[in-house]
Write a protein that binds this ligand. Structure first.
Ligand code: M6R
Length: 624
């Protein structure tokens, strides 16, 4: 996820901004940049790669001045490159902007501004903000005032008008040469905080960026616009009304601050999942309240009509997402789907059919087996490869003909959580897209399901409220040696994923099965008190799943059921239930996985495991 740091005060800003950027490195990034008002002129330095490279650039071409902003970028629009790195400027280079989030209507704004003569130099959505501020400054200043006379209130008004036009999510920091002692920040749905120091103030995406200089923090709310100068902080809402400022004295240490107050990155990332889905949907279904469902997958409707088979390849958690994809795509589009572990597919000599769409799913885009499977498919004359990937510019996105980017932000915990729900979201959207394009769903039905998808983030937030109950349950069950996870239909892969999560971070023996398979062998391992976690949410085959859980209970299992927040017939036959909101059966995996992730996390925590860095595992498996 991108990082923002801004400084205004009596010190030289560049070293302080650079220290802030180093503190933000943990968030993951692909390029970095800084802008400083130096001798009245805005100047910036940007580089691809590590903050250290930017630092070297500054040694060669230093920037001096008391006001500066910096950014670490994690690409969402446009590849990682110097041109796409923040800060971005307007036409004259007098306004600079750093931004986290996604401007949904940036294409429309850019086209409008281009028609007015604005020249753009990047592929980003962010650049429109600088040009829009420029546009409003000109407009507001044209009433008889020369631009050089325009001061803080007009800078504020230009930014206020700008953010009113922006749809989507943003946390921004803006500097303007015409008002050299002021930084303006604004937020909607992306975090932004202000640090109040002695004769100096800070703007940042999280407190870790300035914690070593001040602990007095103002957490901005959606719609806030804040003005910072060396002597003070002013807060307004988007209607221009002044707001009271209430500071919090943050007690976190640096590591806690990086984890947003959570004990581990994994827990933080579990709780970030609603936002990850929201952002992925925002990128996919633009604009969110559109009357028609659009989604870009990089192939035309003629190709969609010809697809005879979809082949999915992936590893680990991404493979489980692919398995859910098989159920969902077949259900909504009727196209036959085959899912393979990439490590098997690459050696399997699977016959390539003419009109096969290959989908490679990977968080990192660097997994050796997944890349090899894609290359193998190409070599054998495969038709179109679609990557579903979280890292812009990764090897997989370069190998594939087209990419759907999940927008989950960097995932730091080795155990994949938010990237998984991002992958599910991509597959849900793809399934609806294919369903409508193939005529199995009408446009209205497609839209109806798209609106159901848009409810998922809130449902996920509701499911996360189970955190405390699951912690208590996990602590009670943490000392058992073996665990079973059961699911059916689109939730069968979630049973596998629940077991994988537990294995990875707690080193306990866990297995996932399709409920109907139990009597074909696995039921033999159930003994008194063995934890069996079953997914029994609203489904056409719920009764069958309930019977599978009753069979386990009858053999002495300790049954925990994940159920829909509605009546079910299991009362008395289970030991505990975890109720989650009701959604379409085929979208439910994005919800049912949450209690299982939390269960794995709290079992591992109770056993004192190294959760973010489990033994024997690496975040990205770049070797075979
Ligand atoms: O980066 P990728 O999604 O390609 O990684 C695939 C697997 O290595 C990954 O999902 C792994 O299974 C995780 N540790 C699961 O939590």
């Amino acid at each position: 996820m991108c990082g923002i740091i801004g400084y205004v005060g009596d010190k030289d800003s560049a070293p302080i901004v650079m220290a802030g950027l180093r503190r933000l490195e943990y968030r993951g990034y692909d390029s970095a940049g800084i802008a400083v008002i130096s001798k009245g002129r805005l100047q910036r330095r940007r580089s691809v790669g590590k903050v250290e490279l930017l630092s070297k650039m500054l040694e060669e071409e230093p920037l001096k001045g008391n006001v500066g902003i910096g950014h670490t970028r994690w690409a969402t629009h446009g590849k990682p490159s110097q041109d796409n790195a923040h800060p971005h400027t307007d036409c004259g280079g007098k306004i600079v902007v750093v931004h986290n989030g996604i401007i949904e209507n940036y294409i429309e704004i850019r086209e409008r501004l281009q028609a007015e003569g604005h020249k753009f130099s990047s592929e980003t959505d962010t650049e429109v903000i600088a040009h829009l501020v420029e546009h409003h400054l000109k407009r507001l200043g044209s009433g008889g005032k020369a631009l050089s006379d325009v001061t803080e209130p007009l800078f504020f008004e230009a930014v206020r008008q700008t953010v009113r036009e922006m749809e989507g999510a943003y946390a921004v920091g803006i500097l303007w040469e015409g008002c050299p002692g002021t930084i303006i920040g604004a937020r909607k749905q992306s975090p932004l905080v202000v640090g109040a120091g002695q004769g100096e103030n800070f703007l940042a995406s999280d407190v870790s960026a300035f914690l070593e200089r001040t602990r007095k923090v103002l957490f901005l709310d959606d719609g806030d616009i804040v003005l910072l100068n060396a002597s003070g902080i002013k807060l307004f809402n988007v209607d221009g009304k002044k707001r009271e400022i209430s500071y919090t004295n943050v007690q976190w240490d640096q590591t806690m601050a990086e984890k947003g107050g959570y004990k581990h990155f994994m827990l933080k990332e579990i709780h970030e999942q609603p936002t990850a889905v929201e952002d992925t949907l925002r990128g996919a279904l633009l604009p969110l309240d559109d009357k028609t469902m659009k989604a870009e997958f990089g192939f035309d409707s003629e190709f969609v009509k010809k697809i005879e088979k979809i082949q999915i390849v992936a590893c680990g958690t991404a493979y489980h997402a692919g398995m859910v994809g098989e159920y969902v795509i077949e259900h909504f589009s009727g196209i036959p789907v085959h899912v393979d572990l990439a490590s098997e597919f690459r050696y399997r000599e699977a016959p390539v059919r003419k009109n096969t769409l290959l989908i490679a799913i990977s968080q990192s885009g660097e997994t050796a087996d997944t890349l090899a499977a894609v290359r193998e498919n190409k070599k054998n004359g495969g038709v179109h490869t679609l990557a579903i990937c979280n890292v812009v510019g990764s090897s997989l996105t370069r190998e594939a003909q087209s990419t759907f980017h999940t927008r989950c932000g960097p995932e730091i915990g080795v155990a994949s959580t938010k990237a998984f729900v991002g992958q599910l979201t991509a597959l849900f959207v793809l399934a609806l897209h294919l369903g409508v394009a193939r005529g199995r769903l009408s446009a209205d039905e497609g839209l109806k399901y798209a609106h159901e998808l848009l409810k998922l983030p809130q449902f996920m937030r509701d499911a996360l409220k189970l955190d405390g109950d699951i912690k208590a349950m996990a602590e009670r069950l943490a000392q058992r040696g073996h665990y079973l996870f059961l699911g059916r239909n689109a939730n069968y892969p979630i049973a596998l994923e629940g077991a994988l999560k537990l294995k990875e971070i707690s080193y306990l023996h866990a297995e996932g099965f399709a409920g109907g398979e139990m009597k074909h062998g696995p039921i033999a391992i159930i003994d008194e008190g063995m934890p069996v976690l079953g997914i029994a949410v609203k489904s056409q085959i719920l009764d069958k799943m309930l019977s599978n859980l009753q069979e386990a209970k009858a053999r002495g299992a300790h049954v925990v059921a994940i159920v829909s927040q509605s009546k079910h017939k299991l009362k008395g036959d289970i030991d505990a239930e975890l109720a989650i909101p009701v959604t379409d059966e085929y979208f439910s995996p994005a919800l049912t996985v949450i209690p299982l992730q939390l269960f794995a996390y709290y079992v591992a925590a109770a056993r004192g495991c190294d959760i973010d860095k489990p033994r024997n595992l690496a975040k990205s498996v770049t070797v075979e």
